[in-house]
Design a protein around this ligand. Sequence first.
Ligand SMILES: C[S@@+](CC[C@H](N)C(=O)[O-])C[C@H]1O[C@@H](n2cnc3c(N)ncnc32)[C@H](O)[C@@H]1O
Length: 262
Amino acid sequence: MTDAKQSEHPQTNQPGNTDDVVANDANTTEQPEGKKHHRPLRSYVIRASRLTAAQKEALANYWSKYVIEDTSSPLDVQSTFGREAPLVVEIGFGMGDSLAMMAKANPHLNYIGIEVHKPGVGKLLHAIEAEQISNLRIYCHDAVEILQNCIADHSLAGVQIFFPDPWHKKKHHKRRLVQPAFIEKLKSKLAPGGFIHLATDWQHYAEQMMEVMESAQGFHNTAGQNQYAQDTGRPETKFERRGQRLGHGVWDLLFSVEPPKS
Ligand SMILES: C[S@@+](CC[C@H](N)C(=O)[O-])C[C@H]1O[C@@H](n2cnc3c(N)ncnc32)[C@H](O)[C@@H]1O
């Protein structure tokens, strides 16, 4: 989700205007002269988007209170939340409504939302302050880097990624977040018994998610092999509602990390 207009028009969610910078190698972009230059291939594109007055105000007033600004050092859970509790990370929370609902419904958990879309960060900051949600903090940065730099190994109770950008065109599939290497990285961050909850409204991506998750070692599909999860209790997200208006289906996948075999 990159702006309000986009969220109403799925075809514009395809980053069609980035064709010229997307190459078929995950870590390089092809230059016109044929020179390659290394730059990470991101799972998002930051577009200029308008902020509402409330979002601007929230970004100005609550950023330093709830956004974790150090994106290069390990997270200090105790000083960030004022307590230790099982930690759940949501990657790409969009406008954050469903994450705020989950944090309020589960006061025994600490939540971290990671999102690069400033209007969404502003919206969630507003909700955190207005509803006094004490167990939720934000990183406004690339989730891949946050996992690498800030999240200790085997420290997470769960990771949730709801309706990640589908990157519809085949030549853009390498930008999809759910890939074998990324799932391996997530596994290294999860504590034994931790979960990965994925959802998408794009069937091809759902099938890819299932293939990647079923092929990854050390996970258990809580719904049964190759089965999508039903009734997970996940609140509906904004992107999901948009998909429903367009007649899309919804696929949830809920996997847990298997305890080490003794
Ligand atoms: C299609 S939207 C879905 C938003 C929300 N989960 C929902 O269902 O309404 C995907 C979101 O993931 C964010 N995103 C994608 N890749 C990301 C990354 N590497 N780090 C942080 N956010 C990312 C995008 O900015 C976008 O807001």
